[in-house]
Each structure stands twice: as C-alpha cells, then as structure tokens.
Design a protein around this ligand. Structure first.
Ligand SMILES: [Zn+2]
Length: 109
C-alpha cells in the first residue's frame, strides 16, 4: 500500500516529467510550465547577451596607445604590400593578409 502511494506521488521525478512531455493525453502540470519558462528565460537571456555583444562597436583606440612608425609589410601569399604609418603599442605583431602574417620588408628611405 505504502509503496504504491509513493509510486503515484512520483510525478515530480525528472523521468516522469520527461515521459509526460511526450504523452499527448497527459495534462500539462505546473512543474512543466515552470520548467518551460525557465528554459525560455535562459535561452532568451543568452540570445540577448550575444546580440548585444555583436551590436556594440569596439571602443575608439586611445591615441596614447599608438606610435608613429614607417614599416613596410608584404604578403608572402599574394604579394600585396602595405605601409604602416601608425602602430598600436598594445597590439604587437605584423598585420595579416590572406590569413597569414605579413612579412616585414626593409626599404631604404
Ligand atoms: Zn595576401
């Protein structure tokens, strides 16, 4: 008797909740609504967070963090050459072209 009552009262078990999700004639329980709302809220907040991150432009570079330079770079893949006149002090490294880092070429002035 006691064992059967405990089995009937097991509607809150995750397995039973999951099973009732796929059963068409079972009534929707309060637990299911709460779970659905919680899942909806998590997906909604995550989506808004990522959309905000994508929509927010990066901050303007600080002129204090740049220095005047005169460097020539060449793309080893396609041969494109660029002249860098201002370089960032925080972003060290050659610019990229054709997904490769460009090589620094020396040019006598
Ligand atoms: Zn290139």
């Amino acid at each position: 008797m006691g064992g059967a009552a405990a089995g009937d009262g097991g509607g809150q078990l995750p397995a039973k909740v999951l099973a009732s999700l796929f059963s068409h004639n079972a009534p929707v329980t309060v637990t299911q609504i709460i779970v659905a709302l919680a899942i909806f809220l998590v997906i909604w907040r995550t989506s808004v967070f990522f959309l905000r991150m994508l929509a927010t432009p990066p901050p303007e570079p600080d002129p204090e963090d740049t220095a005047d330079v005169l460097q020539h770079f060449r793309c080893s893949t396609c041969g494109t050459e660029v002249t860098m006149t201002v370089a960032s002090n925080t972003e060290i490294g050659a610019p990229r072209h054709c997904r490769e880092e460009m090589t620094l070429v020396w040019r006598p002035e």
